[in-house]
Design a protein around this ligand. Sequence first.
Ligand SMILES: Nc1ncnc2c1ncn2[C@@H]1O[C@H](COP(=O)(O)OP(=O)(O)OP(=O)(O)O)[C@@H](O)[C@H]1O
Ligand SMILES: [Mg+2]
Length: 313
Amino acid sequence: MSKVYGDGTVAVGGLTLDVPAGELVVLIGPSGCGKSTVLRMINRLIQPTQGRILIDGDDVTDVDPVELRRRIGYVIQNVGLFPHQSIRANVGTVPRLLGWKKDRVRRRADELLELVGLDPARFGKRYPHELSGGQRQRAGVARALAADPSVLLMDEPFSAVDPIVRGKLQEEFLRLQAAVGKTIVLVTHDIDEAVKLGDRIAVLSEGGKLEQYAPPGELLAEPASDMVRDFVGADRGVRRLAVTPLSTVMRKVGPGHDTAGLPSVPDTGTLYDALAAMLTADALHVAVRNRDRVVGTVSRSAIFEAPADAIAR
Ligand SMILES: Nc1ncnc2c1ncn2[C@@H]1O[C@H](COP(=O)(O)OP(=O)(O)OP(=O)(O)O)[C@@H](O)[C@H]1O
Ligand SMILES: [Mg+2]
């Protein structure tokens, strides 16, 4: 697809991108490089100058855009809740447009508020200005999910909040994604967020040019251009720890193995989590837990002495 605006600005100069069903693809790049334009072309809020959009093999470039937007959830940059509608009414927008009965819209809205961690009894009747920034962003996510779209577009959905709330929202979102399994295109300009959330990352430069499209580990290990190298940062080596599962260097231990006094991390964690736990506790080892059961240990030296190709790519 490409988009040339009326004044001649080439926002996107010819981008081809294949988003595998069920995956979360992150679009990342500097401000003004065309990320929002790409998202808005996918749901035809902006008409592409050239190109086609295929969903499940169907060409939807000429489908009625209103119809299309019901199949595609969209979380707008800066949330974009309707200020004069309650949170419940905001979340019910698309089901209402689809002509669902009032009761059903309300049940669905409350179910989704619950899902994103907003108590419907407490927040349903409030207006957007009566919520915090992070709560508004959750309401925005709930609204996008309302009609159970197969595709979800999210434009910097977690940007308006402090790093702690942001981290929590990201965790919740990963859990949510594991439960609902949507095909998601998410825009961010935060490389840590991209690495944490993305199955694949598309790095764009000015004019929507695709610099690299790869899973996080590969992007960090082998940046394809100087632009990508700069963008992922000189600390990309450390970032790779955050995409490497513990299993790569974990030593398994049997039941009854004494790990008393050691810090611990869940077995779903990464080498980054293990190293952070050891540094925080001033320990040389960390216990790896599956729920309450210790299944192994990881040592600092195992991380530092791991062969280069053991770290994710
Ligand atoms: N209506 C318009 N007319 C002309 N140029 C536009 C229009 N809308 C956007 N642009 C330009 O298109 C380019 C891409 O804009 P876009 O909003 O897609 O960037 P972005 O990557 O989302 O940036 P950000 O990270 O700041 O949100 C920018 O140079 C912008 O100024
Ligand atoms: Mg944008």
